[in-house]
Write a protein that binds this ligand. Structure first.
Ligand SMILES: [Cu+2]
Length: 178
């Protein structure tokens, strides 16, 4: 019983932490072979949007290159690995046909404005606080399960430090006309 109440108390403490700082919720690192996957997150989709983007960090601690070749998940009809690039002054994105290379000793970060997982045909809008399970498939490391932590619509990163903390949670901007 003591263990149980301790657990409940620590869950309560974590919830408080989330409410106060929005910085506690963070998925644990996932290890697969030589790869370490961390900071898996996404953004809430504005109502009705059928596409969303997933972001994460992949570190290759091994001595051989690996490659993210496929992504799948229940939340979306289709998921591709995309890159953003400037083309004649226009920001465009395109699927990486051969997947995303993770060179040995390197860390590749998927983030807004760069590489991302493009989730198409979303079954439901992504809401802040949602957990979205995905399966990443690597050439060498094989299939790896990760969970995207859905942040606010305007979040710039996986935690409060980059997302603006409490202010982002307020739906109505004080400066806006009601
Ligand atoms: Cu895209």
């Amino acid at each position: 019983m003591q263990a149980l109440s301790l657990t409940i108390r620590s869950i309560g403490a974590v919830l408080c932490g989330v409410l106060l700082t929005l910085s506690v919720a963070r998925a644990d690192d996932v290890k697969a072979g030589d790869l370490v996957i961390s900071q898996a997150w996404s953004r809430a989709t504005p109502g009705g949007a059928k596409i969303g983007a997933g972001y994460l960090t992949i570190e290759n601690k091994g001595s051989a290159a690996d490659r993210l070749v496929a992504v799948s998940g229940e939340a979306a009809g289709k998921i591709e690995v995309h890159e953003m690039a400037m083309n004649n002054g226009v920001m465009t994105m395109r699927p990486l046909d051969k997947g995303l290379a993770i060179d040995p000793g390197k860390t590749v970060t998927l983030a807004p404005g760069g590489y991302h997982l493009m989730m198409m045909d979303l079954k439901a809008p992504l809401k802040q606080g949602d957990k979205v399970p995905l399966t990443l498939e690597f050439e060498k490391a094989g299939k790896v399960s990760v969970t995207l932590d859905v942040q606010s619509v305007g979040a710039k990163g996986p935690g409060a430090d980059s997302g603006g903390g409490m202010m982002k949670k307020m739906p109505d901007h004080p400066g806006m006309k009601m």
